[in-house]
Structures are given as C-alpha cells and as structure tokens.
Design a protein around this ligand. Structure first.
Ligand code: HEM
Length: 294
C-alpha cells in the first residue's frame, strides 16, 4: 500500500479500525469481499483464526480508499453499500453454484497470462458480438446480470491482492458480428445495469478494457456507452477496429483472431477452468447450503 501522504494513511487507519463495527451495525454482519474475510473482531474467533488474512483485508480496503480519493464519508458509504449488495445479490453463488444459460457461458471466457505485463495477467473476455442476435438472452436482465457477475467473481479469484503486478484485471469485449443502427432496448437496459453494478460495487479492479472488432459505423454506440461511465474508468478504454491488433496491447493473447504471441492455442483453448473458490468462500457457500437444508 502506497500512501501519498500522512493524511491518506490516517483515513485508512481510521476506517480499518471502524470496520468490525460497520460490519456489525450497518451490514447485518455480512463479512465477505471477493471471497475474503474482513472482520478481525468476529465473535466467532475460530473463523478469524481460520480465514482472516490481514494483508488481503487491508489491500481490499485500500482499493476502496483509493477509488474515493481517501474521502472518509464516501469510503464508508461505499463499504456499507458493497457489503449489503453482496449480502442480497450473493455473487459467490453466481460464480460457483448457479448454472447459467449455455450460450452465455460460451461467450464469457477467462484467461491467465502469468508472464504478461503487470495487471494484464488475468483477462475476462466477452464475445458479445456472438449473442447480439440472440435477443432472448437479454430479456430477463437478472439472469444475464447473474451470469456476468459470476464471470467477474471468477476472474477476481485469479488476482493476487498482495501483488501489485496482479491486483487489477484486464477485460476484452469482442463485437465481431455487430452491425446495427439502433440499440435494442433490452440490450441497452441490461448493459446499463451491468455498468452501474461494476462502477458501484467493484471499484479499483479494472486495469484496461479493450473493445475489439468495432467498425467505425458503431462509434455512436461507444459514445452512448461511455456516457454511463465515470471519467477515471473511461481513461482505461481502448477501441480497436481490427481484432488482430489486440496482440500489440496484450501480447500473450492468441495469435488466431487477436494477433498475440500464442500460436498454439486459440481463445477457447486458453480459457481456464473454473477456479476453486477461496477457502472462506467455500465455507460461506457450504453454510448457505446447510441453511437451505435446515
Ligand atoms: C459495456 C453488451 C455494443 C461499448 C457493455 C456491457 C455489456 C455490453 C453487457 C456491460 C459491461 C460488461 O459486460 O463488461 C453489448 C452488446 C452490444 C454492445 C450486447 C451489441 C449491440 C457495443 C459497441 C460498443 C460498446 C458497438 C462500442 C465500442 C461498450 C462500453 C461499455 C460497454 C464502452 C462500458 C464498459 C464498462 O463498463 O466496463 N456492453 N455492447 N458496446 N460496451 Fe457494449
């Protein structure tokens, strides 16, 4: 954690000290962020012994502090909002327990490039161009959102929050096949909701986002989508007309279709298996399953 000045460090320490009270009083005791335990004062001491990792808890809180420029009130609001949202949405279930529509599963991939540049080592891919004609997938936005959040959470599992070279993720959207003059209202509504969730509940996790195979006639769509995004996030976006140019930015990506250095594997072959949840996430998922049985 690199603080720019003493006042940032002071805000961070005050918030970290307050964390157990916030979790207890404002988050109905929901104590989990991206599969990690935050509460070091849990009355169930065994859980602290078994699952609490101070370095990771601090790294995660530091991210939220950074996202809100160490503004104490905003950070507290964000922590409370994120944990309450996680309690009601249950992203761990979306990532590891639920089965999503097969068509969606084939367009969402996860690759791992341990030797690539810092923070380009975990990449989530969304081949949205392949499903643009399957409008039924966007009809029930909650199903789409649960699928997309599931993919996000599995990607986060591959990050290492103790390593500055691998504590952000990179994302690719491939729009090959999209050509339209009007954006379907259901796609728009769904997209808007996903964008809002990422902005609010997943701060400081995105390193770069590449939009590939975007023909120039669709630049109006980019302008529209951008209007839902904050300035800081926008700076991380790169739009490429030609998908084969992606290799200039993400060298370990497949040579096939994306111009990377991997000549042996196409994207589907690079796709990694579902990662194992963190031990604490497994504990939570098991506790939920036991509650369901009871
Ligand atoms: C975000 C789908 C076309 C630019 C998104 C998201 C979805 C989506 C679901 C939410 C964020 C995510 O999943 O990571 C689609 C579909 C399209 C389409 C189905 C087909 C019509 C386009 C086009 C562009 C574009 C042609 C032009 C470059 C963006 C931008 C975001 C976005 C800038 C915000 C990214 C973010 O919040 O991280 N899109 N999109 N989209 N899309 Fe598209």
């Amino acid at each position: 954690m690199n603080f720019s000045n003493d006042s940032e460090e002071k805000v961070f320490n005050e918030i970290f000290d307050q964390l157990p009270t916030l979790i207890k009083d404002k988050c109905s005791d929901y104590d989990e962020l991206y599969g990690y335990k935050l509460n070091y004062n849990d009355s169930k001491e065994k859980l602290v012994e078994q699952y609490y990792d101070e370095d990771i808890a601090k790294a995660l809180i530091f991210k939220i502090c950074k996202a809100y420029q160490f503004d104490k009130t905003k950070i507290i609001t964000s922590i409370v909002d994120i944990l309450n949202w996680r309690k009601s949405f249950n992203p761990l279930s979306a990532a590891y327990k639920e089965t999503h529509n097969e068509a969606l599963q084939t367009v969402g991939l996860l690759t791992s490039y341990p030797d690539d540049e810092p923070n380009k080592r975990v990449v989530t891919w969304n081949l949205y161009g392949q499903i643009v004609k399957k409008k039924e997938l966007f009809k029930d936005s909650s199903k789409f959102i649960r699928y997309r959040i599931g993919l996000m959470e599995r990607g986060l599992r591959l990050l290492d929050f103790n390593n500055d070279a691998n504590n952000y993720m990179t994302q690719v959207h491939d729009y090959k096949g999209v050509s339209m003059f009007r954006l379907d209202s259901e796609i728009k509504a769904c997209t808007k909701q996903v964008i809002a969730i990422f902005q609010k509940y997943y701060p400081e996790l995105l390193y770069a986002k590449y939009f590939v195979n975007v023909p120039s006639i669709l630049s109006w769509m980019y302008d529209l989508m951008k209007s839902f995004i904050d300035e800081q996030t926008r700076k991380k976006f790169v739009v490429l007309n030609d998908g084969n140019k992606l290799g200039n930015y993400l060298k370990s990506c497949p040579s096939e279709n994306y111009g990377g250095t991997d000549k042996k594997n196409n994207l589907q072959k690079q796709d990694v298996d579902t990662p194992r949840p963190t031990p604490y996430a497994l504990y939570i998922l098991e506790s939920q399953a036991n509650e369901d049985i009871d």
